[in-house]
Write a protein that binds this ligand. Structure first.
Ligand code: ZN
Ligand code: ZN
Length: 211
C-alpha cells in the first residue's frame, strides 16, 4: 500500500527518487518497457520469429527431417492471431496513436508490411517512452500490455502456455487476477495499491462453485 501523498511509480509502486518526482514510471520500469519493446522488433525479434511456429515442420531453416511423411499440420492459430492485424502490431499502433493524440502530433502513418509497421511503431514508441514515463498517466497500462505481448510471443515460441493467472482476494473482497510476473496492481474495488510482494501475500480467492 502506498501513501497517497508519496509520489510513487504507478507500475511497481516504489517511491520515486528525487529526480523522478514528476514521473508516472520509475527509471527501472521505463527500462523494462524499453527492453520489452526491443525484444519484439527486428528480423530476429519475437514478432518475426512467430513465423517459425506458424506451420511446424515447414520452416526452410528448420532441422531437416529426412523422409518425413507426416501430414502437414494446420496453421497454428495462436501465433497467427498475434501476428495478424489485430495482434501485436495493432496493439502497438493503437498506443502510438494515443501518444500522438496526447502530444497533439499528426496521426502516425503506416507503411509497408506488418513487420515493417511493427518496427516503425516500436522505434517511435521508444523515442516517446521518456515522455510517456513522465507524463502519461496510463503508462502502467502501456507497460502491462507490452509485457503481455512479449510473454504471449515467448509463450508461443517456447511452446509453453502464457503464465496462468491466479485469483487473489483483496481485503475488501474484490478478486484480483495476477501472475508471478505482475509488478503491481490497484484493487478496482477499494483502490488499494499493491506492490509485487504484497500481491503475492494476498490470500487465494476461494473457488466456491468448484464441485
Ligand atoms: Zn517502477
Ligand atoms: Zn480492495
Amino acid at each position: 500500500m502506498t501513501d497517497a501523498l508519496t509520489p510513487a511509480c504507478t507500475i511497481c509502486h516504489r517511491a520515486l527518487w528525487q529526480d523522478e518526482l514528476a514521473a508516472y514510471a520509475c527509471r527501472l520500469c521505463t527500462e523494462r518497457i524499453d527492453r520489452d519493446l526491443r525484444t519484439l522488433a527486428g528480423p530476429e525479434g519475437l514478432y518475426a520469429r512467430l513465423s517459425l511456429v506458424l506451420a511446424p515442420g515447414r520452416g526452410a531453416d528448420g532441422p531437416a527431417v529426412s523422409g518425413s511423411r507426416t501430414a502437414p499440420l494446420p496453421v497454428r492459430l495462436e501465433p497467427l492471431s498475434l501476428q495478424a492485424r489485430g495482434g501485436v502490431v495493432t496493439v502497438l499502433q493503437t498506443w502510438l496513436i494515443d501518444f500522438h493524440e496526447r502530444l497533439a502530433y499528426r496521426h502516425p502513418r503506416w507503411e509497408g508490411t506488418l513487420q515493417g509497421q511493427l518496427d516503425q511503431a516500436v522505434a517511435r514508441l521508444r523515442v516517446l517512452l521518456p515522455w510517456a514515463a513522465e507524463q502519461h498517466e496510463a503508462v502502467d497500462e502501456f507497460a502491462r500490455e507490452v509485457a503481455t505481448l512479449r510473454r504471449q510471443c515467448e509463450g508461443q515460441l517456447s511452446g509453453e502456455p502464457a503464465p496462468r493467472r491466479v485469483p487473489v482476494q483483496c481485503g475488501c473482497g474484490h478478486v484480483l487476477r495476477i501472475t508471478l510476473d505482475t509488478t503491481g496492481a490497484r484493487c478496482p474495488g477499494c483502490e488499494t495499491q499493491y506492490g509485487h510482494a504484497e500481491l503475492l501475500e494476498l490470500p487465494l480467492a476461494e473457488r466456491r462453485a468448484a464441485a
